[in-house]
Design a binder for this molecule. Structure first.
Ligand code: ADP
Ligand code: ASP
Ligand code: MG
Length: 457
């Protein structure tokens, strides 16, 4: 059994879906389970519509909804014979009718709550999975749609729900294994789940990778494949550095650091279930399926380069706290962390000096409330538009002089905070977001001028 996840750009159009059907068909003997994202940029468009409706621009939102329907109708219509038209129309009528009602409701309430964000954004995957299952059946595959909300059970933390693993694994086995025994290819939407009482939730942006890993772990798959629009995990984001190289093999721990610190190719939680069940994750390009991609496995392979890749995460805020009175006092850090924890805001990086503590967050939603609480015992300042750049590699553990090489290569760039990860396999630092691209380019030149051909392509 393998799980194959296809991201938004891999299912964005009729021709992309046709390619996907071909990729799946070639491996039916391996009992594939397919997880799909919403088509193209559907999720972002739905979120924009929700914002508009809640802000009193209902007509604009409904107009965008009509355009979105036309896109689905056109692309899926191109893949089905005329006889399939009425079934597609029925699916579209149902889903788009409900989305229209939801937008009306948001407009009346003037508010886009986290619960409605999940309700509305879930339609992207609900639609794509239904429609793609239909296309698969039409090209002769024995496909069955499975509503992911009946499999992925989560807590009620909307917009970033956490799966309840034992129940989800049990449901994955109960719902999917019988279909596999009947020779069926299950098709599920990624990103979405539901609470015990049946309320729709989502796993956070980019969460379809995570869904694939959860389902793979649940059914005990032999491999979890993440099909995307690049050749695999690359030495850095190829959008920043076109010469980025493909990393052929990387360890779970290395890939998890990269994902956490901004390598969008994998949702940060994807590796959690894979590590737990020791299932290899393979990242592949749906436009160039002949390329071997990247294998993410338990152990790092020997490599003569000190690092495997560079990640970059923008949209970072630095929160600086200064308190001559409190800093060295017992419990100071504890008090700070309690405030961030109460506001359910994750801290990525921390640095302290004699009288100050600086830390970074990527979600400013509750920043005002956090600063208010911190001001009770310290002077607080916030710097926005920052970026965390990380170099990651297992060899960092025991190679001296990497920091000197890193910062030597970055002369002229102002480094704001530095942190060596506790795992010892990453070195991260903060620069202004406007310097991030240059920083990544300089580091890529420094560390990948020669690349070990056993690990990099
Ligand atoms: P999908 O829609 O398939 O989930 P995403 O856009 O979420 O695709 O992730 C793929 C993108 O991740 C790539 O197009 C690339 O720009 C970006 N990316 C960032 N860092 C890396 C990296 N180290 N290796 C590969 N891709 C990366
Ligand atoms: N469609 C969702 C998003 O755009 C989930 C995903 O693509 O992984 O965030
Ligand atoms: Mg993604």
């Amino acid at each position: 059994m393998i799980v194959m996840k296809f991201g938004g750009s891999s299912v964005e159009s009729a021709s992309a879906i046709e390619r996907v059907a071909g990729i799946v068909r070639r491996v039916v003997a391996r009992n594939p389970v397919v997880v799909v994202s919403a088509m193209g940029k559907t999720t972002q468009q739905l979120l924009n519509m929700g914002e508009e409706a809640a802000a009193g621009k209902k007509e604009r939102a409904l107009e965008s909804l009509r355009t979105l329907r036309q896109m689905h109708e056109r692309e899926i219509g191109a893949l089905l014979p005329a006889s399939g038209e009425s079934e597609v129309r029925q699916i579209l009528d149902g889903h788009f009718g409900e989305m229209g009602e939801l937008l009306e409701q948001l407009s009346a309430e003037g508010e886009f709550t986290p619960e409605s964000v999940d309700a509305l954004s879930s339609y992207g995957e609900r639609l794509s999975s239904r429609l793609i299952a239909l296309v698969f059946s039409n090209v002769g595959m024995n496909a069955a749609h499975v509503d992911a909300r009946c499999v992925v059970l989560t807590d009620a933390r909307h917009k970033a729900a956490t799966p309840l693993y034992p129940q989800t694994y049990a449901r994955a086995r109960d719902k999917i294994l019988p279909l596999i025994s009947q020779g069926k290819v299950s098709v599920l939407g990624g990103f979405i789940g539901a609470t015990e009482s049946g309320v729709t939730t989502t796993l956070g942006r980019g969460g379809s990778d995570f869904s694939a890993a959860i389902i793979g772990a649940g059914i005990g798959a032999e491999e979890i494949q993440i099909w995307t629009d690049v050749d695999g995990v690359m030495t850095c984001d190829p959008k920043l550095v076109p010469e980025a190289r493909r990393v052929k093999t990387i360890s779970f721990a290395e890939a998890a650091e990269l994902a956490y610190f901004g390598a969008k190719v994998l949702h940060p939680s994807t590796l959690v279930p894979a590590i737990e069940k020791n299932i290899p994750v393979v990242v592949l390009n749906s436009r160039r399926p002949e390329i071997a991609g990247t294998r993410i496995v338990a152990e790092a392979v020997p490599c003569s380069n000190v690092i495997k890749a560079i990640s970059c995460k923008r949209g970072i805020y630095i929160v600086n706290m200064r308190s001559t009175r409190m800093l060295m006092a017992h419990g100071f850090l504890n008090r700070i962390f309690e405030i961030f924890s109460r506001a359910e805001t994750a801290v990525d990086m921390l640095a302290s000096s004699e009288v100050s503590v600086s830390l970074t967050i990527d979600d400013p939603a509750r920043l005002t409330e956090i600063c208010q609480a911190l001001r009770e015992f310290s002077d607080v300042s916030v710097e926005k538009d920052q970026a965390i750049v990380c170099i990651v590699g297992d060899n960092l553990r025991d190679t001296p002089g990497v920091a000197a090489r890193t910062f030597g290569a970055l002369q002229g760039i102002n480094i704001r905070m530095i942190s060596q990860g506790a795992s010892l396999l990453n070195l991260g630092f903060v620069v202004a977001a406007r310097d991030a691209e240059k920083t990544v380019k300089l580091l890529h030149q420094e560390f990948f001028r020669c690349a070990d051909p056993t690990v990099f392509d």
